[in-house]
Write a protein that binds this ligand. Sequence first.
Ligand SMILES: NC(=O)c1ccc[n+]([C@@H]2O[C@H](COP(=O)([O-])OP(=O)(O)OC[C@H]3O[C@@H](n4cnc5c(N)ncnc54)[C@H](OP(=O)(O)O)[C@@H]3O)[C@@H](O)[C@H]2O)c1
Length: 338
Amino acid sequence: MSIQVAVNGYGTIGKRVADAVELQPDMELIGVAKTSPNHEAELAVENDYPLYAAIEERVELFEEAGIDLAGSVEELVDAADIVVDACPSGIGAENKSMYEEYDTPALYQGGEDADLVDTSFNARSNFEDASDADHVRVVSCNTTGLSRLLAPLQEEYGVEKARVTLVRRGGDPPQSGRGPINDILPNPVSLPSHHGPDVNTIFPDLAIDTLGLKVPATLMHTHSVNVTLEDVPSEEEVKELLGSQSRTFLVPPKYGIDGAGKLKEFAMDRGRPRADIWENCIWEESVSIEDDDLYLFQAIHQESDVVPENVDAIRAVLGTADAEESIERTNETMGVGF
Ligand SMILES: NC(=O)c1ccc[n+]([C@@H]2O[C@H](COP(=O)([O-])OP(=O)(O)OC[C@H]3O[C@@H](n4cnc5c(N)ncnc54)[C@H](OP(=O)(O)O)[C@@H]3O)[C@@H](O)[C@H]2O)c1
């Protein structure tokens, strides 16, 4: 029987994970849960995703909006083999006791604290750590992007120290209340930003310092990366290594892609759903070696790079595939890889 998957929280991440689960031959999306009957609730109904009320007192609002509910979130969690919690940051922690009550393993997202869970997760870096875990956190978009980059570098050359400046989008496109509107903010102004310690939830012994900025952009994050390597390769060797990874896209100079705007246009032209870019986008021309140091720029699509990771985390927790099989299946069904 296929894996019965529930998605609690059907917003930016949840709706993408639900669609990705639908594509998996070994999984069945048994429902999604929300608190308000907005356009995303209508979308779930249009997609034939059974819709569940996340909060009992809100059931009336769905009735008034003429949106049929399949039941309560408790019923959904009870029926599921695993639940993907994609609620706003902090709500996942509040939901944990419900998942425990129904003995349903749960995946959480990067907005939750690392100490909420048994392990943090990135498919390329530590797939096996999630085996049999009850509570697993798929790390944030930025930590996912850094883990995918650092895992092969660590394996092939050894990382003496990584230093990353993260130029972060102020908010997602629908988050019109976020900012800055016209500023460039060191954020946080003190070091390190939380990203380095978050990478250490995947690579406990890795030396990494991170600095964060927030800018008036919504499309993607951009990382300025410097990694001091133990064994120093040539630039061509690094390009070959990073180009051979299944979730990194080495942006070729001939494409004339100079930033996030053209990357999103490229994704739209290639027919990507919601113009999603599941891969790390590393500018090939930026890959440079100076003495022992590797430098590069990569762009990360915050709304979507964690989606294939959630799919893999489901198989990792339930032990239905190993890392290689799962990553390959997810990539093939979703169309990951340009
Ligand atoms: N967006 C990103 O760039 C990004 C990237 C990586 C990871 N993450 C992480 O992913 C998680 C979700 O973020 P998001 O961006 O997807 O947030 P989001 O767009 O606000 O979506 C969360 C959804 O959960 C629903 N919700 C609110 N309270 C709920 C409850 N009690 N039970 C069930 N559903 C509830 C909300 O819809 P209703 O109010 O209509 O129910 C909302 O649509 C966070 O931990 C975040 O840090 C986000």
